[in-house]
Write a protein that binds this ligand. Structure first.
Ligand code: DI6
Ligand code: FE
Length: 410
C-alpha cells in the first residue's frame, strides 16, 4: 500500500459484502450489500438485489469483496506526525515521578522535539512521517489530519506543513493540515510569550497564501498559552477565513473550550477538565469533542472527560490518536477506539462513529465518514463478523482492502 494505486474507471460495482454504513443512529447494516462508485464518489448503496436495472447496465467494472465487512474509511482527526527525534528519556523520567509539566518547565517536552525537528532535514522528516502514515493506513485510515507545531519559526513551521502536504500527494490518503504555531514558546522567545503570539499571528497570512493551512490550532495549557493569547491567534485565523480548533481542558480547566466555541471551532480536543459551561458552548457552536484516550493513558491521568454530559448535551464525540512523541507515541486508531471504550466508557458503536462520521465533522469534512450516495468513495473491508470488533480487538486488526476516492490501494 505504499503509494501505488490501481487505475480507476468510471462506474464500479463493489458487491458480495456486508455494509456498516453508519447512516442514521446505528450501524446502518446492510447484508448482501453493494456499492456503486463513479470516479471518486459513491453513487448508490443498498442490497445487491435492489440494484436498479438501469444501474446494472452502466457498470464498467465489478469487484467481489468476498463477503468481507465494509465500513467507511477511518479518519484520524488529530495527529502531530511531522517531527524529529523521540522522547523516551522523558518517559523514563515520568516513570520515576517527574511530571509532564516539570519536564516542560525544565526546557524539555515540546522544546526538545522542536530542537530535534529543526535539526532534521526535510527529507528525513518526510520519510519518518511517511512511515508513520503507512502504519495508520494499514488500519484502514483514509483521511488524516497533520498539525505543525514542532518548528515554531516561520521557516520551520512552513517546512513541516510542506512535508504534510507532500505526504497527501505521495500516499493514497487525504491529508488535512493544521497550523499549530501556538504549541509552545520557543527558546528564542523565552519569557516573551505575548511577542511570540504576535509573531504566530503574523505568519498566518504567509502560510495561508502558500496553501499550507486548512485550519489553525493552539495549545491552551499551563505549559503553553492562556485563553487570551489563544484568542489573538483565533482572531488572526478568522481574519484569513481559516477555521480553528483547540487543545483544551486537558490537564486543567482554562475556559479554552468556551473560547474556541465562540469562534465556531471545528473541534475542541482532550477535554478531561471540560465543565458544563464549555459543554453548553460547544453544543451551541456545533464543535466536535475529540477525545484522546491514548494521551490520558500515556500521561497516567485520572480525570476522565465528561462523556455522559457530552452525550446528554448531544455534542458529537470523535476519537483520535494524537500521535506525538511526548504524550501519545502510538499509531493505532483502533487501539484509541478500544481505549475510548475501556477508559472513557464509550459504546463500541460510539467509538466507531468517533473514528468515522464524527471525525470527519471535526475536520469540517462533510463529504465522508458514512457510506451513502454522494459521499466520497473511501471505504475499508475487514475480515470481521461485526463492526463492534473494530473497538474490541486490542491489536492485530488490519484492513483487508482499502478503497480511496474510488480507487483500490494496492
Ligand atoms: N497534544 C499536544 O500537542 C501536547 N499534548 C497533546 O496531547 C503536547 C505534545 C508534546 O508533548 O510534544
Ligand atoms: Fe495534540
Amino acid at each position: 500500500m505504499d503509494g501505488t494505486v490501481t487505475p480507476n474507471s468510471s462506474h464500479m460495482l463493489w458487491h458480495n459484502t456486508r455494509l456498516a454504513t453508519l447512516e442514521g443512529k446505528g450501524w446502518g447494516m446492510i447484508d448482501d450489500g453493494a456499492l456503486i462508485t463513479d470516479g471518486a464518489r459513491i453513487v448508490w448503496v443498498g442490497r445487491h438485489k435492489d440494484l436498479p436495472d438501469a444501474m446494472t447496465q452502466d457498470i464498467d467494472e465489478s469487484h467481489d469483496l468476498g463477503g468481507l465487512l465494509v465500513t467507511p474509511g477511518l479518519i484520524d482527526c488529530h495527529t502531530h506526525l511531522v517531527y524529529g527525534g523521540h522522547r523516551s528519556d522523558e518517559f523514563e523520567l515520568r516513570l520515576q515521578g517527574a511530571t509532564y509539566e516539570s519536564i516542560s518547565r525544565a526546557g524539555g517536552g515540546i522544546r526538545s522535539t522542536v530542537a530535534a525537528t529543526r535539526a532534521s532535514s526535510e527529507q528525513l522528516l518526510f520519510e519518518r512521517a511517511m512511515q508513520c502514515a503507512c502504519v495508520l493506513m494499514r488500519e484502514g485510515v483514509t483521511t488524516l489530519e497533520i498539525k505543525s507545531g514542532y518548528g515554531l519559526s516561520l521557516a520551520d513551521e512552513a517546512r513541516c506543513l510542506r512535508v504534510a502536504r507532500r505526504l497527501g500527494e505521495s500516499l493514497p490518503v487525504s491529508v488535512r493540515t493544521t497550523f499549530l504555531g501556538a504549541h509552545a514558546v520557543p527558546t528564542e522567545f523565552d519569557g516573551r510569550a505575548d511577542e511570540y503570539i504576535a509573531a504566530v499571528c503574523d505568519w498566518i497570512p504567509a502560510l495561508a497564501a502558500e496553501g499550507l493551512v486548512d485550519a489553525v490550532d493552539a495549545f491552551c495549557d499551563t505549559t503553553a498559552f492562556t485563553a487570551s493569547q489563544v484568542q489573538r491567534v483565533f482572531e488572526a485565523a478568522r481574519a484569513h477565513g481559516l477555521p480553528v480548533k483547540l487543545h483544551a481542558e486537558q490537564r486543567v480547566g482554562s475556559g479554552g473550550a468556551a473560547l474556541a466555541a465562540s469562534f465556531d471551532a471545528l473541534s475542541c480536543d482532550h477535554l478531561e477538565y471540560l465543565d458544563d459551561n464549555g459543554i453548553a458552548a460547544m453544543k451551541a457552536s456545533g464543535s466536535v469533542a475529540v477525545l484522546i484516550p491514548t494521551a490520558y493513558y500515556f500521561l497516567r491521568e485520572s480525570q476522565m472527560p465528561p462523556v455522559s454530559a457530552l452525550r446528554r448535551a448531544g455534542v458529537p464525540i470523535a476519537v483520535a490518536t494524537d500521535h506525538n512523541p511526548g504524550s501519545s507515541p502510538g499509531l493505532s486508531l483502533l487501539l484509541a477506539a478500544n481505549m475510548a471504550c475501556t477508559l472513557f466508557g464509550l459504546k463500541p458503536l460510539e467509538a466507531v462513529q468517533a473514528i468515522t462520521v464524527h471525525a470527519a465533522r471535526a475536520l469540517g469534512m462533510h463529504d465522508r465518514g458514512r457510506l451513502v450516495a454522494g459521499q466520497r468513495a473511501d471505504f475499508a473491508a475487514w475480515d470481521l463478523d461485526h463492526p463492534n470488533e473494530l473497538a474490541y480487538w486490542m491489536s492485530g486488526v488490519r484492513a483487508q482492502r482499502v478503497i480511496v476516492g474510488g480507487t483500490e490501494r494496492s
